[in-house]
Write a protein that binds this ligand. Structure first.
Ligand SMILES: [Zn+2]
Length: 114
C-alpha cells in the first residue's frame, strides 16, 4: 500500500525542483534572446546566430519538458488528495512500487504506459 503522506512529500519536493529549473530555463531563454538582439545579425549567414538559435531551441525543449512534468506532478498531487494515488488511471490496478519510486508522478502502470 502506498504511503500517501510520503508520496505527497516527494511530489512537493519534485514540484519545487521543477519550478526552480523552469525559472532557470526561463532565465537562460531571456539571456539568449537578448544576446540575439545585441548581435543584430542574420541567423542564416552568421555562425554565431545559428548557434544561439540552436541553444534557444534546446532550452525551449527542456522548458516544455519541465512544464509537462509540473502538470504531471499537479495531477499526482490531486490523486493524493482523492486517495487514488498509486492506482493506474487507466486500469485501476496498483502501480508497482519501483515505478512510483522512479517516477512519483506516474499516472499509469507499466502495462498501460506501454
Ligand atoms: Zn494500468
Amino acid at each position: 500500500m502506498v504511503d500517501l503522506a510520503v508520496a505527497r512529500k516527494r511530489l512537493l519536493e519534485q514540484q519545487r525542483e521543477t519550478l526552480s529549473s523552469i525559472s532557470d530555463l526561463g532565465g537562460n531563454i531571456d539571456a539568449i534572446v537578448s544576446a540575439r538582439q545585441d548581435s543584430n545579425n542574420d541567423d542564416e549567414h552568421d555562425p554565431e546566430g545559428a548557434t544561439l538559435a540552436f541553444e534557444r531551441s534546446q532550452s525551449d525543449a527542456l522548458l516544455r519538458q519541465a512544464e509537462q512534468r509540473l502538470q504531471d506532478i499537479d495531477a499526482a498531487l490531486s490523486r493524493v488528495k482523492r486517495r487514488t494515488y498509486g492506482m493506474c488511471v487507466v486500469c485501476g490496478k496498483p502501480i508497482a512500487a519501483a515505478r512510483l519510486a522512479a517516477r512519483p508522478y506516474a499516472s499509469t502502470c507499466i502495462a498501460c504506459a506501454g
